[in-house]
Design a protein around this ligand. Sequence first.
Ligand SMILES: NC(=O)c1ccc[n+]([C@@H]2O[C@H](COP(=O)([O-])OP(=O)(O)OC[C@H]3O[C@@H](n4cnc5c(N)ncnc54)[C@H](O)[C@@H]3O)[C@@H](O)[C@H]2O)c1
Length: 378
Amino acid sequence: MGLVGAGFVGPHHVDAVRRLGYVDIVAVAGSSEASGQVKAEALGARRGYGSYQALLDDPDVQVVHNATPNHLHYAVTSAALAKGKHVVSDKPLAMTTAESKRLVEEARRAGVVTAVTFNYRGNPLVQQARHAIAKGDIGTPHFIHGRYLQDWLLKDTDYSWRLDPAQGGNSSALGDIGSHWCDLAQHVTGRRITHVLGDLTTVVKQRKKPRGSREAFQAGGGGEVDVVDIAVEDLASVLVRFEGGARGVFSVGQVCGGHKNDLVLEVCGSTASMRWRQEHQNELWIGHRDSPNQVLQKDPSLLDPETRGYAHLPGGHQEAWADAFCNLMREIYAAIAAGPPYAPLPPMVASFDDGLRANRIVDAILASAEDGGAWTKV
Ligand SMILES: NC(=O)c1ccc[n+]([C@@H]2O[C@H](COP(=O)([O-])OP(=O)(O)OC[C@H]3O[C@@H](n4cnc5c(N)ncnc54)[C@H](O)[C@@H]3O)[C@@H](O)[C@H]2O)c1
């Protein structure tokens, strides 16, 4: 494994892969020679590189994990595919739909294993909900709703490259976390989002941007700053239509005090409802009309046989974000280890096509908002 971009999420890719036990963490590439060395040492990788090109030239690196800021996703992934490396891209697949379309094509030609880390899919109770809904446990879904709220951009001293369209893309909160919600809603219900109507706003219109670099989720304060205008949304609500007729609505925002990583997905069907909340991810709520509601604990002995393999500890032993991330890596690396011709990855792992679809949904929401809140086809 070689990692490009070791900021907030990159080290979690390394941790998850290391837990598999049979993968060498060969190298880390940073934004400079010095940072490549420091990060490689901190993560226990054998080599540190000052550029992704140098890492791609290393013949020992067979799988490239791309955890750079969005504007570098296309260049790094495209170059890795051109060298015949497998690619695990963090989301978004690329910053623009046009770039993602090219990557889908390039991946198909390369014939390697590729995946996008829409990691909430890897949670055992998410898989349980998906399986239960597919076999009709809540009847036909008619209302798919929820939210994804965080608070790490609440203050005007909070800053991230995500707020600069040149580095993050034309959307901030929607592209960053709304894309997770949309992917999860589609994955769990097996229904695609077909139309959207978006209401977007920028709550914090000016921010104090530090002159030095700052990685995600680092609190602001201290050091020299520039006051910059913010053009991208930090709060949005979206009405959604799904194929098959289900309606939906979700809100995303990174300016909502007290909400740390508050992703909630609820599906109301013709016979029951089901809700999963990331901040209480070891519980799945099942709502009934004619009998008491239930809370299913993440306990392998209580899960369906098809999903219990994603839970690795007995009931009452909490599993979390990093374990779900590892579930993805287990599937991706199993496919790589099995060798060519590479079998398709199981549906739990988001494909490059799924990544492209996420770009298209965000584009449609932005277009809807620009149209003053018009229903827009994805
Ligand atoms: N799946 C998830 O839940 C999740 C969570 C967080 C971030 N992400 C995604 O992961 C990516 C990284 O986000 P982050 O929060 O870790 O950002 P970050 O800013 O914390 O980290 C990015 C890292 O990339 C490094 N970098 C910049 N230019 C580079 C270059 N040319 N070569 C090598 N490294 C370079 C930076 O120095 C930094 O260490 C983003 O695309 C983001 O959308 C996904």
